[in-house]
Write a protein that binds this ligand. Structure first.
Ligand SMILES: [Zn+2]
Ligand SMILES: [Zn+2]
Length: 192
């Protein structure tokens, strides 16, 4: 196996690795993953470093946690989405067995431009647990639609294919299930 060729660290029996294989999937630093917690709940994180631990005969990962809106004390804010994650500076070392699977976390701009957004998370802010603060603050978040609300993909919406502006179905008088229909906003309809 490749890790046996790597140079062993004398002090703690750990060897740095560029990737690790769990359940036939390769993981490397920078990958975003879901992690199985002791209570069988899932949490989400980014891989920062990977080691093989010779003493434990197991892979170990340094991960950086994402917070979900429900993890924040400032939760219950109407703008937070169930699929929204907040990157943090909170790190932890976990064993490879805790990895569940890779997840896709898109930045806000990529998320609103992606057509098939099933099983995808998005992120538009980071959270500092020490300061109990979201950066950028909610006042600075992008607002959408005629109603000028903060974007929340849990509400039915569509993206104008011309300018990527977001509108709520209900605000333009459409029924709640029109996602497949290509609808342009009134500005783009004048241009195209
Ligand atoms: Zn609206
Ligand atoms: Zn448009």
């Amino acid at each position: 196996m490749e890790f046996l060729k790597a140079k062993r660290l004398p002090d703690n029996g750990r060897v740095k690795r560029t990737f690790i294989k769990v359940d036939n999937e390769y993981y490397k630093s920078g990958d975003t993953i879901s992690v199985r917690l002791e209570d069988n709940q899932s949490a989400y994180a980014t891989i920062e470093k990977i080691w093989w631990n010779f003493d434990l005969c197991c892979g170990e990962l340094l991960i950086r946690w994402f917070y979900r809106a429900i993890d924040l004390e400032i939760a219950n804010y109407i703008s937070f989405s169930e699929i929204e994650l907040f990157d943090s500076d909170e790190k932890q070392i976990i064993e490879m067995e805790m990895i569940e699977e890779k997840i896709l976390v898109l930045k806000y701009n990529d998320f609103v431009r992606t057509e098939d957004v099933e099983d995808v998370f998005f992120t538009r802010a980071t959270f500092s647990p020490q300061l109990n603060k979201i950066v950028p603050s909610i006042d600075e978040w992008k607002r959408v639609c005629k109603c000028n609300k903060i974007f929340n993909p849990d509400e039915p919406y569509f993206t104008c294919p011309g300018c990527y502006s977001i509108y709520h179905n209900s605000c333009l008088g459409y029924s709640q299930d029109i996602d497949e229909v290509e609808i342009m906003c009134s500005k783009c309809r004048l241009i195209f």
